[in-house]
Design a protein around this ligand. Structure first.
Ligand code: G4P
Length: 534
């Protein structure tokens, strides 16, 4: 076994602080089709992937290269697993934590936002704000994450740049401050005014696509009057925004009061270098994380981290469980024995990996901001805090408000024991939220989720892993609220809703729609209804 204590002792606090300073851990939030995968590929072109397994090119080729752990994933060409892609650029390590989107939108999509220090909000130039972006933005705002806004697909006809800036300001409640401005309307993307370098950059795609865009610094005064006009208009527009929204302010960005805005066409690699430079120069490095008792864990302290995602059922033959850990302080060294603060039990980290898609690569050392996948981590749950020598507990990752509800029952009543065990396990892992009431009984609890895929994963795992096939029945509820200090006199059901208990003891009311919620509030004026996850 590795002699970890000797290794750790050799690493000075200054080294840990320096490694943390070099890290940018971020996620891209967007609505399906806005170009997240294309942008990820483009980023990997500028910044070299430290481990690039699973990075694919084009939607069609993506099929089959994603994790093949679950048949369901393979059939659909989607990746249920979220992991981190690690890139290196100008001496900085970029950890891009994947937010599962598309059809696989689930509570995991929200949870990974607990593991990042910054978010890139990608919007389609033609569509502006779309529902999934708005939901993810809300979670980022609740977490106080700094947000960089990227307007993508500027090479295609779309909305007007000034109009988009107004929309960003209204929808995000942050002041948008463009750090690049497009020369040419959407669909006629000629180049960028780069605010940070005060330069005009003409852009050209390099044939083949898998090449960085060609950038030429120009002086618009040298162009013929017709060509120069495009750049003059861009300057005027940028000047207008600057005079009303002011200059970029690093503190306001860090406090999520300002959002720097960039214009891009990820498919042509336009504007992508500016994004990587911005993340490196202005993005947030890991800072001391707040602990459950309100203190801050110093970055240079002993190793600590928390689990933000558990993936299981990956390989039914091997009962494969991977817990994804975000490192908060100290250095992680493979082989070290760490303690789970919830159980007080030790956990050996012999099988620590970077995981992306189906590829795994052993991690020998990792630093604050990095993400590590711990294989065979059956005892670890989402939200668990882990440490080596100095105990710490980080705040729990909040539950998110479910919008979909089903009842679940064992198809074969003879397999009730397996049914119970399976449902409990899925609940612990955070695959779905399990809600119970006397009315529903233990045989048919309610499962709650933010995305349909969570039910499909639960259904499949109950069948293949727990050997207890289940029948799910959709309920027509769409809203949930927490009832703190619920009086015992509340009924289990009322017109258009029900009251149930989550496994952590929270009392949850679910409603058909907001009118039903309104009726309930009128009927029980003394009962407080709180948003979940707020
Ligand atoms: P997602 O991960 O956010 O869902 O989006 P994805 O990158 O898959 O992009 C969705 C579609 O938008 C893709 O087209 C992609 O090529 C296109 N796209 C992404 N960025 C840009 C851009 O900057 N400009 C233009 N014009 N298109 C862009 P597709 O037809 O669905 O797939 P494919 O056949 O191109 O692979």
């Amino acid at each position: 076994m590795t002699n970890t204590s000797t290794l750790s002792e050799a690493i000075r606090p200054a080294t840990i602080a320096e490694q943390a300073r070099r890290r940018r851990t971020f996620a891209v939030i967007s609505h399906p089709d806005a170009g997240k995968s294309t942008l990820t590929e483009a980023l990997a072109l500028y910044a070299s992937a430290i481990q690039d397994a699973g990075v694919t090119h084009g939607k069609s080729s993506r099929h089959g290269t994603v994790s093949d752990w679950m048949g369901m994933e393979r059939e659909r060409g989607i990746s249920i697993s979220s992991a981190a892609l690690q890139l290196e650029y100008r001496d900085t390590v970029l950890n891009l934590v994947d937010t599962p989107g598309h059809a696989d939108f689930s509570e995991d999509t929200y949870r990974v936002l607990a593991a990042v220090d910054c978010a890139v909000m990608l919007i389609d130039a033609a569509k502006g704000f779309e529902p999934q972006t708005v939901k993810l933005l809300e979670v980022c705002k609740q977490r106080g994450l700094p947000i960089v806004t990227v307007v993508n697909k500027w090479d295609r006809p779309g909305l007007d740049a000034l109009g988009l800036i107004d929309q960003i300001g209204e929808r995000t409640d942050m002041v948008p401050v463009p750090l690049t401005w497009p020369a040419g309307i959407a669909g006629e993307f000629e180049g960028l005014l780069d605010v940070r370098t005060a330069s005009s950059i003409a852009l050209e795609a390099v044939e083949g696509g898998a090449q960085p865009a060609r950038e030429t610094t120009i002086d618009p005064a040298d162009l013929d009057p017709h060509a120069a006009q495009v750049w003059d208009v861009a300057s005027e527009e940028l000047g207008l925004v600057a005079s009303s929204n002011g200059d970029f302010d690093a503190e306001a960005f860090a406090a999520a009061q300002q959002t720097p805005v960039l214009f891009a066409a990820a498919a042509r690699n336009f504007g992508v270098r500016q994004l990587v430079d911005l993340l490196v120069d202005l993005g947030s490095a890991p800072t001391p994380r707040v602990t459950a008792d309100g203190a801050h864990r110093p970055l240079e302290g002993g190793f600590s981290g928390f689990v933000f995602k558990v993936q299981a059922g990956a390989n039914t033959a091997h009962r494969d469980h991977i817990a994804y850990l975000r490192i908060c302080s100290g250095v992680f060294e493979r082989g070290m024995v760490i303690t789970n603060s919830r159980t007080g039990r030790p956990f050996a980290t012999k099988y620590a990996h970077r995981v992306l898609g189906r590829e795994r690569e052993a991690v020998e050392q990792a630093w604050p901001g990095d993400v590590v996948g711990l294989v065979n981590a059956t005892s670890l749950r989402v939200g668990d805090s882990l440490y080596q020598d100095e105990p710490v507990t980080f705040p729990e990752i909040p539950h998110f408000s479910p919008e979909l509800f089903v009842t679940v029952r064992a198809k074969d009543p003879g397999r009730y024991k397996q049914f119970r065990r399976g449902i409990e396990q899925l609940d612990h892992e955070g695959v779905i939220q399990v809600l119970r009431s006397e009315l529903r009984g233990d045989q048919a609890p309610v499962l709650a989720a933010v995305g349909q895929l969570q039910f499909e994963v639960a259904e499949q795992r109950m069948r293949t892993e727990f050997n207890a096939p289940v029948a799910l029945e959709q309920l027509s509820y769409t809203l949930a609220r927490r009832i703190p200090a619920a009086p015992s006199s509340l009924p289990d059901s009322f017109r258009g809703g029900e009251i149930l208990r989550r496994s952590d003891g929270e009392c949850i009311a679910i409603f058909g729609d907001r009118w039903k919620l309104g009726h309930f509030a009128d009927a029980f004026p003394d009962v407080t209804l709180e948003l979940i996850g707020a």
